[in-house]
Structures are given as structure tokens and as C-alpha cells.
Write a protein that binds this ligand. Sequence first.
Ligand SMILES: [Zn+2]
Length: 326
Amino acid sequence: MPLYIADEQIENTLGTTVACALKAIKMDIQDHSVTPSLALGLIKKYLQPLMPEADKDILGKLKQVTWDELHWAYPEIIFRGGQPTGLLADIGVSIDLICRYTTNPPREFLSQETVEVGNFLLLCEHLNIRISDEVRYSNNRKFDVFNTCKYCWRQPVPGRLICSSHTAGDKHSPVVLSAKNELSENSPSANYKESKRQKPFFDEFIKSTLSREIWEFHESGFSSPTLIPSHNIFKWLLDRRPHVANLLAQQNMVVNDDEIIDSLLLLLHSPEGFTNTQLEPYQKTNHLIKTNPVLIWPMLLRAEAWLHARKTLRSNWGGKRTQERN
Ligand SMILES: [Zn+2]
């Protein structure tokens, strides 16, 4: 099974050194069925030698791996890589490509959907903020406070990758956001279609924001206020998640430090008209976030990305409509 990516795309995506290494891997695997251990072996042969000594441990510690474990090296490398255009970042991207494109259609990884969670956990590690498995997971790991719909920031329907407001059918009531219909004016199927169109803008915004903020975090010697602070939270939101901050302001919600987390959860993550079973993951998440407000970080980044993507897409439509009229 080959690597299903054209040489041209490899050359356009990566710097010359890493592009050559990835093309060598592509040659080596063209007649093989690629298992995670074969992929790891080739990554160690061609990509690991290109890494700085100090970072080789990321791959060195991997022995017997699953695709998920191998793919996890991607956010870890990106995080260490600092500037998004650097050599390490290219190596990270190559590992992502190998994990996804050695089968057709490509493999989907949850960590690809939640690269912000990986980065968030690494940020916490640097700041000695411990998020234990006991806090994060429950119900035999079926519940994860960071589970998220692939199109937005909400908890997905249990066992699925999307939330009830993005299921194409209408089996579930749409999420009614607390105030106004600003975010829920569409039917579920229109929501779903619009979110599919928004997805590339949404993913791109998450990726570029993460690159920028993590680079800044490293450059500042881990002192920049990257994570949500405990004081002056609204000011932090205005600086770093302005679309979310504006939404709070527009809807006249309370933004003092003691109540802003409640306001955010009310706005973003408190559906109405759900059955108890549908509501449970929302209640659990909200309870955990109220107890540990830092946990809201990935949700805020995704909400910001969603609002940004919607704005971009709708302003593109507006532009097109104006042009057509002219
Ligand atoms: Zn959703």
C-alpha cells in the first residue's frame, strides 16, 4: 500500500530536507501493507536523524505502537518545534501525513480533531498544572471532559463524533443557546451543511492560533498568559478570544471574575429541551469546568474558531452576492 500523497504535494507542504525524507519513505513502502510498526521503523530511519539531539526522545521512547500512539507524536513534536515553519514542525507534519495517508480513504484520528487538547495538556505540564485522569475521564473513559464535536465545541452525542446540533437528522433537539437565537437560527441539517463548509476555516484558525500562542509561550520562557487566568478573565478574553468576548457583551452577560465562567457555560454549553441522557455529558463537563476553570481553554479556542469561521464564510457569501448583483 503506498503513501497516498503526490510528490508535488509533499514538495509544496514541506521544506526540502524533510520532503526528501518523506519521499524516501514513500518509495520504501510502496509495495507493503503499512503497519504502525513498519511506519515507526521508517520514521526512525529517515526522520529521527534530522531531529536535534534534544528532541530525539519523542520518537526514541516509542517501541510497540498503535496508530493512535504514533500519531500522538505529531502534536508533541509541533509543540517542541516552536516556529511553525521550522524543521521539527515539518517532521511533525510528515508523521501526521504518514499516519493518515497510508490508507485510502485516509484514517481519521481523534487527536487530529483535538490537537488543541494535546497542546493544552502540554502547556499545563510546563506550568505544573496537573489534570489527572480521574478528573478528566469517567464511565470507563466513555466520558472525557475534552470530548468534542468535530464541527464545534460541544460535547458530542455519546458514541458519535458530532453534537446534536450538527447531526444531519432531527432526532435530537437543537442546542438552544441561552440568550437569543444568534447561534441556533438554523435547522440541524442546515447547521450540519454550514459546519461542513466552515470546517476548513475552523481547522485552519485553530492551527494558526495554536502555532502563534505556543511560539509566544516558548519565547516568553513560559511566562506569557496563554492559559485562562484567574483574575481579569474578561480582559484576557477580549485580548485572546475576542469573538467569544463580544458575544458575552452583546448578550449583556455578567463578566466579573466570579461569574464569568458560569456566563460562558450558559452561553456555550447549556442546551435546553434535552432528555436527561442527552444532557448528562453537558452537566458533567460544566460541573468539572466550574470546579477547574482552566479546563475551559480548549472549548473557548474552538468556539472562537467557529465564530471566526462563520464570520469569514458569511462575509465571503456577502461579497459574492454583491458582485453578482453588480
Ligand atoms: Zn457540533
